[in-house]
Structure formats: structure tokens, C-alpha cells
Design a protein around this ligand. Structure first.
Ligand code: AMP
Length: 389
């Protein structure tokens, strides 16, 4: 890639504004983090900046506070964990902008964690004045938040307008290199498996994917919006009515590239251990909660012949067994295919781990939405905004 990388920067005596993805899971009271995976993922970039003799300002969002200060979504527990991992103090700012924060600017070798940038509504609006205030805290910008790079927000894109150099951190570089390889001249057949609940999030991506892949298999609740578009019965399954026309359009454009479930697992209520049965046509009053055995077989067959597999989103309500069968079976099929496999999204990752096949997956991306957009050929705003090498 022709974008500036962290390694290209002369950092001595500088102050770095690094956008990380510390959107970590927290205990309900917001006091302790339950996984430090995302913090660990940016440790190489963080350590490198400090070793180079720079001061480090870290910024991240956490959860969806919707522009308000929500104490349970503070980044203080993440700062505390980072302190333990680094073995050195991490200062916690009371906010992400303002005079108090400016007075805390880190000296070389010091780390300042800013408070949740989404406590300000200007963050998601990419407000230029807010971005300028963030940028005023440092001399150069580094983005290591791959999982947030598909959003043009103040701390991912806006800041780059106010700083002379903007570079990709190591985690970002690694993701772009791996995902880039997967779509640039992929070994064929290249197939995608898309699941999850919301067609609205993924419909544009489906359109793009159809240009890139040889087969696109749909599972999860998304399948029922397509079923409705084909005038098939959907019972009480989740259907996005306002997307049915779009789904119909996609079906026509895709021809036999797009595969939909041939059968479904249905239940009367979505509850762990609830009675369920496999059917071809969803009866009135029943809810589709997983792909059925015929679909598992058909999709697994396509996966077995694939050389590149892209997977995002569960095939059913996999959090509630036995509705995890389709997802887990296909996680195994992806692993057994021996194909170059790229998995994105927290749910698919959980399924991969539950199936015990994580070591057979080529790349598990740290960004669900971001990896999906990137793989479908969309340029991520957080990457586009970086300086050229
Ligand atoms: P997404 O965020 O769009 O990837 O959706 C993930 C969610 O989709 C998971 O929480 C699943 O439980 C849910 N999901 C998958 N299949 C179904 C289904 N058939 N009905 C309802 N929810 C589903």
C-alpha cells in the first residue's frame, strides 16, 4: 500500500495522537474489562512510539454513549489494563478535549489516555472544530483502529486535516496487508458466507461482493428478507420490509451466484433449548432461527471446493443452542476446506472458537464491519485519509 506507515515517521521528541480501538467489553457496572484482546492488539504500535522517544496520546470510542457522558462507558478501566500490560503509568484524562486535557499533554515516553471520544456528539458528525481540538494535542496522527476505519468520524478522519502527517499503525498495516491479499487476485473459487441479522447494514456490501466472488451464500435472519422477496413464506421470522424491493433487485442481478437456504430450523419461541424442527417452508406463526441440514450440506459442499473463503456473520441465533448448529457446522467446514480463510465480526469469531478451529483460519480480522467493507472493494475513509508514502 502507498500509505504512510508508523515506521516511516520520525518520532523523536514528537507527540503522537493515536486512534486505537479500545472498544472493549466491560462488566455491567463498567468497572472492569472482560477481554483485553483489543488493547493487546495495539501494544506493538504503542510500545514502538514510546521506544522512539515520543509522547503518546491515545483516543478511542467505547460503546454507544450517543454524544453524552455515560460513566459506565468510561475508558478508565482500559487505561488501567494498559498500565498493567505496559508496566508503566498511563494518565487518564477527564475528557478528550478542553484546557484540563491540554494541561496533561504527555512528555516523551509518557502515555495519556483520552476519555471516550463519543461522549461528544461532534465525534460521529466529524465536526471540524472538534477534530481541530483533538489534533491540537499532538504533532502527528497514527490510526491503529482498524475496526473503526470504515467510519468517517472526527478521531478517525477529521484529525488528519489538521496534522501534517497521518500514518497507519502496525495492527492497521497487518489487517490491510492480509485483507488486501485476500481480495487482490484471490485464488478461485472465491466464496463468501454472509449471515447475521441486518440486511440494511449489508445490502450495499452484497452488491459489491457479487462483483468480487464466485459464490455468495446467505444465512442468518438476512435470508428471510430475501425469502420474502421471492414470495416464500417467512412466518414470524425477522424480515426487513423496507429492504424487500432491494433484495429482489439483488436476486435478479445475482443469478445463480447468490445462494439462499433450501431449508430452515424453526421454533415457536427464541429460547435456549426450545423445541425446533427443520422445514422447507416456514409455517405460519413459526420463527426461522437457523439454516437447516440440507442447507448446511449444500453450503459445506461449496466451501469444500473453495480456495478463498470470506465469512462474516452467524447463520442463526447461535447464542442460543441448539440454534448454533448451522453456524458451528459451517465454521468447521470453513476450517476443513483448506482454503485461505478470512473471518470478520465478533460473532463469527466466537463461532470459530466454539467449534475449536481458530488455528485453522488464515486471518481473523479485528474489524467486523470494516473488514466486510474493505473486502467488498470499498475504500475505508480512515485509510483514504492517510498521507501518501
Ligand atoms: P449482525 O450484527 O447483523 O451480524 O447480526 C448478528 C446477530 O444476528 C446475532 O446476534 C444472531 O443471533 C442474529 N441472528 C442470526 N440469525 C438470526 C435469525 N434467524 N433470527 C434472529 N436473529 C438472528
Amino acid at each position: 500500500m502507498a500509505k504512510l506507515s508508523l515506521r516511516d515517521l520520525d518520532l523523536k521528541g514528537k507527540r503522537v495522537f493515536m486512534r486505537v480501538d479500545f472498544n472493549v467489553p466491560l462488566s455491567p457496572d463498567g468497572q472492569t474489562i472482560t477481554s483485553d484482546k483489543r488493547i493487546r492488539a495495539s501494544l506493538p504500535s504503542i510500545k514502538y512510539v514510546l521506544e522512539q522517544g515520543a509522547g503518546l496520546v491515545l483516543a478511542s470510542h467505547l460503546g454507544r454513549p450517543k454524544g453524552k457522558r455515560v460513566p459506565e462507558m468510561s475508558l478508565a478501566p482500559a487505561a488501567k489494563r494498559l498500565e498493567e500490560l505496559l508496566g508503566k503509568p498511563v494518565m487518564m484524562a477527564p475528557d478528550c478535549i478542553g484546557p484540563e486535557v491540554e494541561a496533561m499533554k504527555p512528555a516523551p515516553g509518557e502515555v495519556l489516555m483520552l476519555e471516550n471520544v463519543r461522549f461528544h456528539p461532534q465525534e460521529e458528525k466529524n465536526d471540524p472544530e472538534f477534530a481541530q481540538k483533538l489534533a491540537a494535542l499532538a504533532d502527528v496522527f497514527v490510526i491503529d483502529a482498524f475496526g473503526s476505519a470504515h467510519r468517517a468520524h472526527a478521531s478517525t478522519v477529521g484529525v488528519t486535516k489538521h496534522l501534517p502527517q497521518s500514518a497507519a499503525g502496525f495492527l492497521m498495516d497487518k489487517e490491510l496487508e492480509f485483507l488486501g491479499k485476500a481480495i487482490h487476485n484471490p485464488e478461485r473459487p472465491c466464496v463468501a458466507l454472509l449471515g447475521g441479522a441486518k440486511v440494511s447494514d449489508k445490502i450495499e456490501i452484497i452488491r459489491n461482493f457479487l462483483k468480487v466472488v464466485d459464490k455468495l451464500m446467505i444465512g442468518g435472519a438476512m435470508a428471510y428478507t430475501f425469502a420474502r422477496a421471492k414470495s416464500e413464506p417467512t412466518g414470524k421470522s425477522l424480515v426487513e420490509e423496507d429492504k424487500v424491493d432491494l433484495a429482489r433487485e439483488l436476486l435478479q442481478a445475482a443469478g445463480d451466484k447468490l445462494m439462499l437456504p433450501a431449508d430452515h430450523v424453526v421454533t415457536a419461541e427464541i429460547k435456549e433449548g426450545a423445541d425446533s424442527q427443520a422445514v422447507e417452508a416456514i409455517p405460519d406463526g413459526m420463527i426461522g432461527v437457523d439454516i437447516g441440514p440440507r442447507t448446511i450440506e449444500a453450503y459445506a459442499n461449496v466451501l469444500a471446493g473453495a480456495k478463498t473463503v470470506i465469512w462474516n456473520g452467524p447463520m442463526g441465533v447461535f447464542e442460543k443452542p441448539p440454534f448454533d448448529k448451522g453456524t458451528v457446522a459451517l465454521a468447521k467446514a470453513v476450517a476443513d476446506s483448506g482454503a485461505t480463510s478470512v473471518v470478520g465480526g465478533g460473532d463469527s469469531e466466537k463461532a470459530i472458537k466454539a467449534a475449536g478451529v481458530a488455528d485453522k483460519i488464515s486471518h481473523i480480522s479485528t474489524g467486523g464491519g470494516a473488514s466486510l467493507e474493505f473486502l467488498s472493494g470499498i475504500e475505508l475513509p480512515g485509510v483514504a485519509a492517510l498521507s501518501e508514502k
